[in-house]
Design a protein around this ligand. Structure first.
Ligand code: G3H
Ligand code: 13P
Ligand code: ZN
Length: 304
């Protein structure tokens, strides 16, 4: 039974004290690289399709790519998840057989987020599909001071969970999407994870959790890239969050960096190459290496 829903996977993760990585996919090489890592590390895995992925291709392609991974890896629990979904995308995902959806009402006024999420939970649960919701908005801590970003409020989280019935909650504790997360030193409000988990008992989700490895940034720049100095979320901070209630950790940017470094290297060192397989193969291997490392760091390796 390799195709599983999020609730099942996260309940086991919470029971055993680890987190499952949720890795964004846009193409075949990303799906294959992630599954290579899951096989090698004996880890459950969450494959997820973002809003940008839907624009780049579409949900039908993405579902079939993920389904191929499920069918080829019968002994690996795989969650097929919609990341940052709208209600329209959720409806399509339910029709296509996704086992988990995120409804992202985080930018709506609170009561509208509650109403939207509760509506989606009702539909999804009828189909045995899990729902991740979000409360608060992501961004750097400094933006919170400017009032542009809102950290998750624990009192509101208790009310939100009770009124929506969601299966997992994405919380804003100072992480943000992309490669440029912090202006200075990384600063996260980890106490919020502890408090929200203790009061809701729901598996929590961290978005914007790439660590932005300096060696990958250096490799990209060595081969002609021009990324400016940046810092991601330290792995130790993620591990502390896992200990306090985080069970799903979203990683997209680190995969993008790994792919770009691998492809740039081929272009720089073997400029005569023009067969896409010559650079997509090392890119796929770089995905597997990065994802395997995260599986071991999040503690999901060796669980199946
Ligand atoms: O949602 C999180 C993703 O990292 C953003 O990805 O650019 O594919 O929407 P996207
Ligand atoms: P990163 O940009 O830090 O990889 O976050 C990805 C994410 O949260 C996808 O939903
Ligand atoms: Zn996200």
């Amino acid at each position: 039974m390799p195709l599983v829903n999020l609730k099942t996977v996260l309940e086991q993760a919470r029971r055993e004290g680890y987190a499952v990585g949720a890795f964004n996919v846009n193409n075949m090489e990303q799906v294959q690289g992630i599954m290579m890592a899951a096989r090698k590390n004996r880890s459950p895995v969450i494959l997820q399709a973002s809003r940008g992925a839907l624009e780049y291709t579409n949900l039908v392609y993405l579902k079939h790519l993920m389904q191929a991974a499920v069918e080829e890896n019968e002994d690996i629990p795989v969650v097929v998840h919609l990341d940052h979904g709208t209600e329209k995308a959720v409806d399509q995902a339910l029709e296509l057989g996704f086992t988990s959806v995120m409804i992202d009402g985080s930018s709506l006024p609170y009561e509208e987020n509650v109403a939207l999420t509760a509506r989606v939970v009702e539909k999804a649960h009828k189909a045995g599909v899990s729902v991740e919701a979000e409360l608060g908005t992501l961004g750097g801590i400094e933006e919170d001071v400017n009032g542009q970003v809102q950290l998750t409020d624990p009192d509101q989280a208790v009310d939100f969970v009770a009124r929506t019935g969601c299966d997992a909650l994405a919380v804003a504790i100072g992480t943000s999407h992309g490669a440029y997360k912090f202006k200075g030193q990384p600063k996260l409000e980890l106490w919020l994870v502890t408090e929200i988990f203790q009061r809701t008992k729901l598996p929590l989700v961290l978005h914007g959790s790439s660590s932005v490895p300096a060696e990958l940034v250096a490799e990209i720049n060595k081969y002609g890239g021009r990324l400016i100095h940046t810092q991601g979320i330290p792995v130790e901070a993620l591990q502390a969050a896992i200990g306090n209630g985080v069970a799903k950790i979203n990683v997209d940017t680190d995969i993008r960096l790994a792919i770009t470094a691998a492809i740039r290297r081929v272009f720089a060192e073997q400029p005569e190459k023009f067969d896409p397989r010559d650079y997509l193969r090392p890119a796929r291997e770089a995905v597997a290496e990065l994802v395997g490392l995260r599986m071991r760091q999040f503690g999901s390796a060796g669980r199946i």
